[in-house]
Ligand binder design. Sequence first.
Ligand SMILES: Nc1ncnc2c1ncn2[C@@H]1O[C@H](COP(=O)(O)OP(=O)(O)OP(=O)(O)O)[C@@H](O)[C@H]1O
Length: 302
Amino acid sequence: MAGDEAVLDVRGLRMRYGTNDVLKGVDFQARRGEVLALLGPNGAGKTTTIEILEGFRMRSAGDVSVLGVDPARGDEAWRARLGVVLQSWRDHGKWKVRDLLEYQAMHYAQYREPWDIDALVDVVGLAEHAEKRVSRLSGGQRRRLDVAIGIVGRPELLILDEPTVGFDPAVRREFHDLVHQLSDEDATVLLTTHDLAEAEKLADRILILAGGNVIADGSADQLSLRMATEAEIKWTLHGQRFVHTTTEATKFVHDLFKQHGDDVADLEVRRGSLEDTYMAMVREFESGNRDTAARDFLEVTR
Ligand SMILES: Nc1ncnc2c1ncn2[C@@H]1O[C@H](COP(=O)(O)OP(=O)(O)OP(=O)(O)O)[C@@H](O)[C@H]1O
């Protein structure tokens, strides 16, 4: 496969459950080694999209290519190139952690060298629990096991549906390091999350799904520039602290120095967070002219 070939290529994807049109023409692509975060309100269709990509759910219409294959026709060899971590935890309660991972690794061994199990339990923070039965793990530890099962076969594409729910901050940070490591090794990662700080930290690109369409596709920086969210500026002048919020931070700071020069001290400029941008984006989309908002946005970020 050529390095720049799309690992994910989704065009005009539609999904209807009964009379409910959940996806109305979703388009996006992902290249090798990219980390994509799929965001959107509850019920936007994130899990549905993921289930279609991994071949679990048949789409109603559209063209979908995952690692060069239509997921509706993916065979075992194709499946072995994917790692999938879903929201619902599959029940393996009686298995010991190490045995379960070794069993999973065996399945991949005919296709490629899987992770060494000691290294794997270490990297997901389960080394101390490797000999425990799965039913004895805490919720967060089970989630780590889900991630371990997802990556044991060294997937070219890793799909994660809300992977860090239940992670404590230390394990969350280790998980972020792991995603960066996988992406450095050229794996493509698509994850859903409701944690915007996590999306900002992890993702090269953010996709926002709302109303059945991708209403935004770009880096966190591109998204925030487009929405021109307000920045908070703080400074000290003659011992007094000032705060001002503006959408034109650069101009404001320039004027501030022009007026007060060296008397300006302790300057801080805090740009709007991805959360501010996301809220503004979804609000704009839900209130105004949805189609225009989406088209303008995509034109800027693509
Ligand atoms: N098997 C199904 N049959 C009928 N409707 C479904 C089915 N699965 C999902 N839906 C509906 O499709 C819509 C999208 O659901 P989906 O789970 O894909 O959203 P989501 O973006 O993942 O939501 P959340 O953030 O809450 O996890 C919802 O309205 C849901 O009720």
